[in-house]
Design a protein around this ligand. Sequence first.
Ligand code: HGA
Length: 610
Amino acid sequence: MCGIVGAVAERNITAILLEGLKRLEYRGYDSAGVAVFTNDGTLERTRRVGKVSELDAALAEHPLVGRLGIAHTRWATHGAPNERNAHPHFSGDIAVVHNGIIENHEALREQLKALGYVFTSDTDTEVIAHLLTHKLKDLHDLTVALKATVKELHGAYGLAVINARQPDRLVAARSGSPLVIGLGLGENFLASDQLALRQVTDRFMYLEEGDIAEIRRDNVQIWDVSGNPVERQTVQYSDGAEAADKGEFRHYMLKEIHEQPTVVQRTLEGRLSNDQVLVQAFGPQAAELFAKVRNVQIVACGTSYHAGMVARYWLEELAGIPCQVEVASEFRYRKVVVQPDTLFVTISQSGETADTLAALRNAKELGFLASLAICNVGISSLVRESDLTLLTQAGREIGVASTKAFTTQLVGLLLLTLSLGQVRGTLAKGVEARLVEELRRLPTRLGEALAMDSTVEKIAELFAEKNHTLFLGRGAQFPVAMEGALKLKEISYIHAEAYPAGELKHGPLALVDNDMPVVTVAPNNELLEKLKSNLQEVRARGGELIVFADEKAGMTNGEGTHVVQMPHIHDILSPILYTIPLQLLSYYVAVLKGTDVDQPRNLAKSVTVE
Ligand code: HGA
């Protein structure tokens, strides 16, 4: 996803902008550009398709030297990834960079064309530049003109703008796409992620939804969504407070589990408008391709495969689209019959998973409609070789056992489900708006689930001496149970199996005795009563039950039954929430057993071999 960097200083800022872009490279992009108000008093830009290093080389040949500038890495949503469409976009004395999607760009483009503005790109972003220029004619001041401009924009944006006629400032606006101001001494900065500015400052001010900011060398002013001046808190980071650092946590895995509210929030940013998912978040041709989709084939490995299994429930229930899910190592070697108009979806944290990549390459020969990658690494082979992409924003995952990558994949898959349903008109009335609202609340709900950390730590003691565990779930919680069992196997080396609860009496019940704890996830849905009966079957055989149950499910502790009350959540989102206690459970069991949590034996993080 694209990145923004901006600077206003007393020194030349071009190198700072480039370094900022390099730090955002991991997010994935297709082109990069920079605009500088040069020391000669002109507004100039350089843009290149491909890597920031190409831009760097171009600037080495023709340097831009100035004290005010903005820069961008673009991941195209509107218009092909070429130099013409790369940001910054110019209009008159204005340069603009933009993250996000302007939904009403077509209408605005027509109005602006009628007023005589000439468009030189196919992007939605260029309308912002011309609209601002137009507003400036009457309003004269850049900040005032920006306030007037954003009132006419629908969609999501993080914006940074400079004006050659007011070179003392950089202005910014945030709605649905994050922006942070970096505070320096006699110089200030802006970026879409504070990582881009860590080389110049450790003090940050995060813009909130609807904020407009005017950033000068020695002063920052912010107005909130209602136009009132506001102060935003300054946050100071000590060195190494993030990324490749465990911080206060004992293991990377625990740190990554606790990062989930933040990374889920990031994965949603720029992808939701008021009450809809922004379909173009999947790529410029997404709407056109999604309209043709009649089936979905998901292929993945390990944890990503479990995410795909959850998505099958969503795609069929919400969007009415038939979906098949298969592990990549099987899919790639068997004869596959492809239904017409099938979208081929791969899921991988690294985007280099050998089996998944091979399956994608095979799929290209098989007549699928198009390919889509849900992936955490923008510069990966999977992303490069797929027609459409949704990048999860989990950040670097160091623990071998995947946690935050899984929950962000689920968020990406729910966005896919809603996008397909939206484009094909198959969603029931009101469903999208309701789920968009629930998605916005999800980070808070995940935080509530994480607050149960110490309760789960206590429960983990029940497992320390056990050699086998059964995980049960029904509906979309069955893959969650599978993921819970996988986590426990991976890091505690306890044998764990997952079953759909209804299958219990068809075999696995024979294993149940007081040495076999049974873990169950029980949201408050229409399968709850059936699940309760399954649990009785376990209790009757002396099996010890650990139940993660919705606080409204009416389940309580009893002899051999340990109930952990979960915050109530919309049933569709429950697989994401119920994953959290299962991750914590595996983690604490592994800690009790003294295993190498972050690097379990025999396993590697990115499985780049078959
Ligand atoms: N819609 C703009 C910006 C794209 C973006 O935010 N990508 O992540 C464009 O297509 O240029």
